[in-house]
Write a protein that binds this ligand. Structure first.
Ligand SMILES: C[S@@+](CC[C@H](N)C(=O)[O-])C[C@H]1O[C@@H](n2cnc3c(N)ncnc32)[C@H](O)[C@@H]1O
Length: 256
């Protein structure tokens, strides 16, 4: 990695202060119904990533978050679980932000259409321009422009632990609706698996200050039982790093 200049250092220390409070990376939203109220400025972050000679995703993982390889490790787990094995032709991602998961997903498969629902306008525009994805209007928790049973892979990473319970569960219904039979639904939530007493203490003492909506917990069983009623069975779950602790990535498959 090339040495970063003084502007980059200043940005990094500012961002570190911010991340010390939030524990993870978030972007300003133009219509932020999830209560995320801090941001990583688009232009400055892009400049810093370029100066470091990294993609913005790798810059966020390695430099800003201090967890190099974290995004790739989730993608590796998903590959091992066979999520990309059927070569998804249509992918939909909620809240891609900088696009760090999007970029790596596109290395695993070559969908004909990749739709995004992202409330942060500058980042959404960047993803459209860079990756040729289709940005849909993100309003609350609706995927209305996407037809029923039309998507092979629906995913959201580090989104449902930043928004309210209602925002998340309304998206859950929509995710099940748009997924085609046999398709996959992948998202992470901070479940009870991630919340032993010691970890709760760590969050209470070190994480999340200044963000009422982060980290938001979601019972695992609520997800599993709800998706079961929507014809989607849990295939797998694994932990991924988030802030001062972890989040649980859940993989569902819609009945064929
Ligand atoms: C913590 S960031 C995660 C970004 C990205 N998925 C990642 O892991 O790097 C949460 C993202 O969700 C977006 N977001 C917040 N509320 C949303 C909503 N209601 N619909 C769609 N995106 C939303 C934010 O703008 C932000 O990009």
């Amino acid at each position: 990695m090339r040495a970063a200049g003084s502007t980059t250092s200043a940005l990094k220390s500012g961002v570190r202060r911010l991340l010390g409070r939030t524990g993870f990376d978030i972007v300003r939203s133009t219509d932020n119904r999830g209560g995320v109220d801090d941001f990583i400025p688009f232009e400055a972050t892009m400049r810093a990533a370029r100066a470091a000679g990294l993609s913005v995703g790798d810059y966020l993982d390695g430099v800003m978050n201090g967890t190099p390889g974290a995004t790739q490790s989730t993608i590796d787990e998903l590959r091992a679980l066979g999520v990309f094995a059927d070569s998804p032709k249509t992918v939909l991602e909620i809240g891609p932000g900088s696009g760090r998961y999007l970029e790596k997903t596109l290395k695993e498969c070559a969908p004909d259409r990749y739709e995004i629902y992202e409330t942060a306008a500058p980042w959404a525009a960047h993803l459209v321009e860079t990756f040729g994805v289709v940005a849909r209007p993100a309003q609350g928790s609706s995927l209305a422009p996407t037809p029923d049973a039309s998507v092979d892979l629906v995913q959201a990473h580090k989104v449902f632990n930043t928004v309210t319970f209602l925002c998340a569960v309304r998206y859950f219904f929509e995710m099940a609706r748009v997924t085609r039979p046999g398709g996959r639904i992948v998202f992470d939530v901070m479940t009870e698996t991630c919340l032993d007493p010691e970890t709760v203490r760590t969050w209470a003492t070190e994480g999340g200050a200044g963000h009422d909506s982060y980290p938001a917990a979601m019972p695992r069983r609520t997800c599993v039982d709800l998706f079961a009623t929507l014809g989607c069975g849990l295939e797998a779950g694994f932990l991924a790093p988030m802030g001062v602790a972890t989040t649980e990535v859940l993989v569902f498959r819609k009945d064929a």
